[in-house]
Design a binder for this molecule. Structure first.
Ligand SMILES: *[C@@H]1O[C@H](CO)[C@@H](O)[C@H](O)[C@H]1NC(C)=O
Ligand SMILES: *[C@@H]1O[C@H](CO)[C@@H](O)[C@H](O)[C@H]1NC(C)=O
Length: 329
């Protein structure tokens, strides 16, 4: 498909993005001395809080795409970077079910007693792990955007082959995948010339498998949003390939629980948003997951949408839905 809708030149966009300012990165030290890097977005002083779990490879900066919606709906969004990305310490042999302890520690430190969770793409298993491990009285709703579901029980049929291969290879040879990620992205992310990574992501965005709606969304996005997206990937890969590769190993393996173990009930709603043109995680996978999760899981299929831009295209609907979920008190 020809790209005849590039009204703004890339140079202007890169220039504007250079001056765009993102919220500061904060740090919290866990009892075992590991550091968690995180950011606060949306309505900073609101009492309604949602934790945002970024995709992979990515980092906390990704949550900036929901910042405007957070302010409009009066929701504070706290986004931590997972181990090995964004400045959070890598955790040797960390498991998906270890993650809820980090979130509880951060929530307690920030005096957040109850919170919702929005999990995006590769962050999805960590969200479900929180449903599994954190007392239900503390979790006030769960939103999944372009989620990745358990590949060992639901299969990867329909997923584009590079993702399938990476998930498979990472389960056996995470070191090899770490090397590939670092060679392909890490070295570019550490380059002094910041525009190189943006160019790499832009090239990826222009592949034939990327739906047109996604390309248009990227072109129409504000300089701040573009900067946040590039920054989220940069900070996701610049600390070396081990963080993202280990995560890929975890995503491609048995998570340590099944979706049947985390079925929401009427007090714990779950909404899943999924684009019908998603090739990273095919819609059929989300449909199979919804069936396993039972009647209190609502799957909202978004027509003509792919994977990467669903969060910012549906920002208001997502944050609004989180606000409207049955907040227990
Ligand atoms: C939150 O901050 C905004 C300005 O940043 C202020 O207008 C509002 O009153 C504050 N709300 C509370 C509950 O403190
Ligand atoms: C949490 O509450 C305690 C006790 O009220 C207070 O000292 C502390 O500053 C609060 N922490 C944050 C991050 O607001």
């Amino acid at each position: 498909m020809p790209l005849h809708h590039q009204l703004r030149s890339p140079l202007v966009l890169i220039f504007a993005a250079f001056f765009a300012k993102l919220p500061e990165t904060r740090h919290f030290v866990l009892p075992d001395q590991r550091q968690i890097a995180y950011g606060i977005y949306g309505a900073h002083n609101a009492t309604s809080t949602v934790f945002y779990f970024h995709g992979s490879p990515s980092s906390h900066h990704e949550a900036f795409v929901l910042s405007g919606a957070g302010r409009r709906h009066g929701i504070r969004i706290i986004a931590p970077s997972r181990p090995g990305s964004g400045g959070s310490t890598f955790r040797d042999n960390g498991a998906i079910l270890d993650y809820p302890d980090d979130i509880l520690a951060l929530a307690d430190y920030l005096n957040v007693t109850q919170f919702g969770i929005i999990a995006v793409s590769g962050g999805t298993p960590y969200g479900f792990a929180c449903l599994r491990r954190i007392p239900p009285t503390r979790i006030q709703g769960f939103g999944v955007v372009a989620g990745l579901y358990p590949v060992t029980s639901l299969g990867t049929e329909g997923m584009k082959w590079p993702s399938r291969i990476m998930l498979k290879v990472a389960t056996w040879f995470p070191g090899l995948v770490a090397w590939v990620i670092d060679k392909q992205f890490g070295s570019v992310a550490r380059d002094e010339d910041e525009s190189k990574l943006e160019a790499l992501l832009e090239a990826d965005m222009k592949q034939d498998s990327t739906p047109e709606s996604e390309r248009l969304a990227w072109e129409a996005a504000s300089p701040e949003i573009r900067k946040a997206v590039v920054m989220s990937v940069r900070e996701g890969v610049r600390y070396g390939g081990w963080g993202p590769a280990w995560e890929m190993k975890l995503l491609g393996s048995d998570w340590g629980f099944e979706l049947d173990d985390v079925r929401p009930d009427e007090d714990n709603e779950l909404v899943m948003w999924h684009g019908d043109l998603d090739t990273n995680v095919p819609l059929t996978m989300a449909q199979k997951a919804a069936a396993r999760l039972g009647i209190h899981a609502e799957l909202r299929v978004i027509p003509d949408q792919g994977h990467g831009s669903l969060t910012f295209q549906k920002a208001d609907e997502i944050v609004g839905a989180m606000k409207g979920m049955a907040w227990r008190s």
